[in-house]
Design a protein around this ligand. Structure first.
Ligand code: KG4
Ligand code: ZN
Length: 342
């Protein structure tokens, strides 16, 4: 029997990524990061789109080469349909359509969040442990903070979401207030290692059930820093480690508190946490601690599969291929897309 080779393409924000999955096992996963946004303190959509145009051909070529196949060996091409930046999505969308037409292979559209949710199913070697359904999944990234009850590959219920900013966005904005570079999450994570997490207190809003609100925390941090800077203009520099550690602890404790609540309410003992913020070392240790205490089985994908990557897109592509869930040339990029659209 011939191999099933699925090419995945991810271009929803500022990373151009391509991956190949062969018979369910990941063969290659290439990412071109766009460093150019650092100097602007955030992603500039127009620049991101142009960078994707420059990167997409070499990244796809390299992913196919590293998978040790030829493009004629591809069985289907999967791409991120949304949600994300329209101009960025369009690049991956158009490229995938062209490839599907040229090679006469099926085209598969993938919801980016669906990719994150099932990222702990990416297999690099045979016989890896994957989650058992049903499980609770927390997706914490720069654009999303959402809880899902995952019944199977294609039956996923949204049970909670942020009412305003995402957790990653909060990290990035707090970092900006502290004069740190973009993206701020990993920088805060690093600086916090030498800090005291109880030095400063920030409040978390009381929002119903499994929803979140982060805008209050952000304002709280901003007012606090401005007030302290009036007394001492070097306040931030002198307290950078404690500030990072206290801010990190506030965001992470909030996530953990809601997660424990969701696990109890949905009576499941398997949990998966993914998205860029799942790379946070303090969050990872809090998660390990509560899962050990409550005997929950924790699935934390490796960091390279937590942040945006095409392996998670190829992974969904593979499962959609097995279920013959194909799309056609009429498919459109969707900057907003709910989990019902998978
Ligand atoms: O999933 P992702 O790569 O892209 C989106 O879909 O948004 O997530 C990027 C976000 C950024 O906000 C970044 O600051 C945050 O993830 N992030 C972190 C860490 N690494 C990345 N936040 C906290 N600690 C980290 N170590
Ligand atoms: Zn993402």
């Amino acid at each position: 029997m011939s191999n099933i080779n699925i090419l995945g393409i991810e271009s929803s924000c500022d990373d151009t990524s391509a991956a190949v999955i062969q018979n369910g096992v990941l063969k290659s996963n290439l990412i071109a990061n766009q460093k150019i946004h650092e100097k602007y303190g955030g992603v500039i959509p127009e620049i991101a789109s142009r960078e994707h145009q420059k990167n997409i051909i070499p990244v796809v070529d390299q992913a196919i080469k590293e998978a040790d196949i030829k493009k004629e060996d591809l069985s289907a091409v999967a791409f991120t349909q949304g949600p994300g930046l329209k101009g960025s999505l369009l690049v991956g969308n158009s490229f995938a359509k062209g490839l599907s037409l040229g090679l006469k292979i099926p085209l598969i559209q993938v919801n980016h969040i669906h990719g994150h949710i099932l990222s702990s199913f990416i297999i690099e070697k045979e016989k890896e442990t994957i989650p058992n359904f049903p499980f609770i999944c927390l997706v914490v990234s720069g654009g999303h903070t959402q809880f899902f009850y995952v019944k199977n590959y294609f039956k996923i219920e949204l049970i909670g979401t942020t009412l305003d900013d995402a957790a990653g966005e909060t990290y990035d904005k707090a970092a900006k207030m502290l004069g740190l570079e973009y993206p701020g999450g990993p920088i805060i994570d690093n600086l916090a290692k030498k800090g005291n997490c109880n030095k400063f207190k920030f409040t978390t809003p009381n929002v119903k059930n499994f929803d979140f609100s982060f805008s209050g925390i952000k304002t709280n941090i901003l007012y606090f820093i401005n007030k302290e800077k009036k007394q001492n203009k070097n306040f931030v520099d002198e307290n950078i480690h404690d500030l990072c550690s206290s801010i990190q602890e506030t965001i992470n404790k909030y996530l953990i508190m809601k997660l424990e609540k969701a696990m109890k309410e949905y009576k499941t003992n398997e949990v998966c946490v993914t998205g860029g913020v799942a790379a946070n070392s303090n969050l990872r240790s809090h998660l390990k601690r509560i899962c050990e205490t409550n005997k929950y089985k924790l699935h934390l994908p490796p960091i390279k599969f937590c942040t945006d990557n095409a392996a998670m897109i190829a992974n969904i592509g593979y499962h959609k291929f097995l279920n013959k869930k194909f799309t056609n040339q009429e498919t459109k990029a969707k900057s907003r897309q709910s989990i019902q659209e998978i």
